[in-house]
Structures are given as structure tokens and as C-alpha cells.
Design a protein around this ligand. Structure first.
Ligand SMILES: [Zn+2]
Length: 143
């Protein structure tokens, strides 16, 4: 059963959905460009450039770096897409714009910049701190 979202009217929910769909499209576009770029870099390698690259190891390093950067960007895109999908689900079940950490409403100002936000600013900082730390030092979940 659907839970009513007390915070937003039906019209507002439609607007948030529109915003999220737009973000999704942007991320997908950027991902497509990354893939095109990656293939271009890759095809430079396979079209007889390998021996040249071996002679100029500096070039090879740059190339590897490019691919690594592309991979990182792509990872970021995939994470964004997952967050957008989750937010769309949350719009459906009435928990959209509620912080996953402290369950307080996420400020509209923040949502307008990043409608896929899962946390308020405080909880986001905590979350990122936790992500940075090695797993064994991660803060225990408080229940
Ligand atoms: Zn919070």
C-alpha cells in the first residue's frame, strides 16, 4: 500500500520526479560520452600504436591514467544512477527527502541542487567519513 507523503503535494511529487528523470538523463548522457572516449583510447592502442607506446613509456602512462580517470568517472555515474533510482522509489513510497541517517526532512535548498540526496548535510558528512575509513574501523551501526 502506498504511504502518503505528508511533506509534498501530488503536484510537487510530480515535479520532483521530473527533476530526477532529468538528472538521470544527464548522467546517462555523460556515461555514453565516457564510453565513446574509452573506446577511442582503446582503439588507439590496438591500431598498431603499441610499439610506439612501448618506446615512449610516458605516453603509455598518460593513456593508463586516462582510462583510470574514465573508470572513476563511470563509477561515479553508476553510483549517481543508483541514488536517482532509489529516490524515485522513495517518491513512490512516501519517504522521499527524508534523511536516511536522522530521519529529519532534507532541506529543499539541498534537494534542488541534488534531488537524489539520501542524507542531510550533517549525515552526509558522517557517511562520507565512514566510507573513507577502512572497513574494520567503520563505526558500528547504533542499534
Ligand atoms: Zn540526517
Amino acid at each position: 500500500m502506498k504511504k502518503e507523503n505528508n511533506r509534498f503535494t501530488e503536484n510537487e511529487v510530480i515535479q520532483w520526479r521530473g527533476l530526477l528523470e532529468e538528472r538521470k538523463k544527464l548522467v546517462l548522457d555523460s556515461e555514453e560520452k565516457l564510453l565513446t572516449q574509452a573506446f577511442k583510447d582503446l582503439s588507439t592502442d590496438v591500431t598498431g600504436e603499441i610499439s610506439r607506446l612501448r618506446r615512449h613509456s610516458g605516453d603509455l602512462a598518460t593513456n593508463t591514467q586516462t582510462i583510470e580517470t574514465l573508470e572513476l568517472l563511470s563509477e561515479k555515474n553508476i553510483r549517481s544512477l543508483q541514488e536517482i533510482e532509489t529516490s524515485l522509489e522513495r517518491l513512490d513510497n512516501g519517504t522521499f527527502a527524508e534523511c536516511e541517517g536522522c530521519h529529519k526532512p532534507i532541506p529543499i535548498k539541498r534537494l534542488l541542487i541534488a534531488p537524489e540526496s539520501r542524507f542531510c548535510i550533517d549525515c552526509q558528512m558522517d557517511y562520507e567519513e565512514n566510507q573513507k575509513r577502512p572497513a574494520k574501523e567503520a563505526r558500528p551501526i547504533p542499534y
